[in-house]
Design a protein around this ligand. Sequence first.
Ligand code: IVH
Length: 675
Amino acid sequence: MTANSDARRIEELREAIRHHNYRYYVLDDPSITDAEYDRLMQELLRLEAQHPELVTPDSPTQRVGAAPSSQFGQVKHAVPMLSLSNAFSEQDVRDFDRRARERLDTAQPIEYTCEPKLDGLAVSLRYENGVFVQAATRGDGTTGEDVTANVRTIQSVPLRLAGEGWPRLLEVRGEVFMSHAGFARMNREAAERGEKTFVNPRNAAAGSLRQLDPAVSASRPLEIFFYGTGAHEGGRLPDRHGELLRQLREWGLRTNPEIRTVTGVEGCLEYHREMQQKRASLGYDIDGVVYKVDRYDLQRELGFVSRAPRWAVAHKFPAQEESTVLKGVDFQVGRTGALTPVARLEPVFVGGVTVSNATLHNMDEIERLGVKIGDTVIVRRAGDVIPEIVQVVEAKRPEDARDIVLPATCPVCGSDVVREEGEAAARCTGGLYCGAQRKESLKHFASRRAMDIEGLGDRLIELFIEKGYLRNAADIYRLHEHAAELQAFEGFGEKSVAKLLKAIDASRHTTLARFLYALGIRDVGEATAQTLARHFGSLRAIMDADEPALQEVPDVGPKVAARIADFFREEHNREVIDRLLAAGIEWEEGERAEAGPKPLEGRTFVLTGSLESMTRDEAKDRITALGGKVAGSVSKKTSYVVAGADPGSKLARAEELGVPVLDEQALLKLLEGRG
Ligand code: IVH
């Protein structure tokens, strides 16, 4: 091939690669595969290697390559990079809007462009004749650091602007950030290499951008969204902000897809509510939204106070992480005796509520965090997840900090506490002798998916235990003997007593599967209860089955078989069952257990992190009972990843593969047929 046709091909390839970058990063709508893209890039690299004289700085091959420097140069911003004033409440936003209208002397609603406020680092990029020439950090707003070589490595930054009509000189401003998936991947790779990991995406983005060696920046998954301009010469820009952002996007500068122009303060507040809902599913951190007066002539009229514009405000979300002091740890005992350490905290306002307790999950987690009583800790409360301690501020550890020790005996009943081999949880061995386990098993017995006794909730169960009316499940069916006393309780009249007793009566007619599940045998969830019922057909047969017979049931292994056999061997349990049957609990013996609809048929779930309302095993049982499958690892075939508190790498994997992620509420909706 001649040098001439190579030069033409080089230009063609650059054009094509720029076009595909635009489709991929800006439009989020690629039209070729990664492999095809790689082939174009390889061909360009090869041709440029043959013709080094044809290499230009704006060629897509020129992202990495600058040598590491010993320090960053300084860049003076031609137009200063300002900050925003903050609003923390709806009232603050209304005040902001009222002041703006007063200054503009108008009663008309103002049009605002609303944008997510990204939690990253502000940068200013300079394009001359459409070619990227410089990037700087915000610094003190007047002078920043020269991060040109690093920003050049960000794939979504065009090295040459697309389209036409851009000013000869154009400064564009935006936020560099890291997505959750990118952050998780980077930390996983760092951990595999035995390197230090970053605490959060913001720190990771900052650390990656301020790398003296651009090759390191290049290996980090940095992204950018543009939200405005700085200096510009030789050309006209639109006279509204919303229009400007659309124009930037046409020039290949990636803007946030959530941006919207609204009318009046009510539109702003509505946007804030929507984004707060969306926050957890965006895939990157935002700490609020920004409202900007849309018309630039009005912006100029409003001007600035000190270093912040009067035409924009950041409406912050409640912080999801705050620091506080760990005052003590209590151990809560669950239905199966598992001891959960609960942190007692100096109350702190986080995620929109005051938090004074947080879960520490189990002893392994305490060890992993290295937390002691007296420590200053970072508490996180995101969305509806239970608050948890995510980090210890070791520098603030007081001298008298104390270790957290697992109690040797149950804090409720005094029985021994044991920790079985290979299990994270420590357990009270008191069984139903333990008041806490008794209370939790009664709650479980009455719960909707078990005996379904409407109205018999936590509060009443506690009260009835305290009054001595309830010691075990069979006592529920003798509550009518106390009807007169019940009616005397505060807030509990004749009607509500009658209603409760009616619900108790109604629960007598049930199914064998529900009854088995209600008994609360460890590791026997709804699905196992159903298969047992179907396999044996009668309660007697299950009670008399030995372990080998139980293991013939699909999904029942030696461990579960032993738990079932142990349960029915226990004299006390047999007695309670006899009393329950005597109280008139009935189902059709030999009845095929509920065939039930299978709304989750064909869907595969992967669970990660801990759920609040059920254990992972229970979640698994409930999903399988509805025909769904639960898998151990995430693949393209996964229908949903369910992320509880403190999710593992499966969440990041889901985000990488674009698998939908459900939180606990969403899972419950699906399980209850509301989703
Ligand atoms: S506009 C004069 N828009 O927030 C207006 N800032 O406190 C200047 N930020 O330094 C900024 N998302 O790092 C603007 N959509 C957005 C933003 C945004 C994040 C950051 C930016 C800036 C800080 C202002």
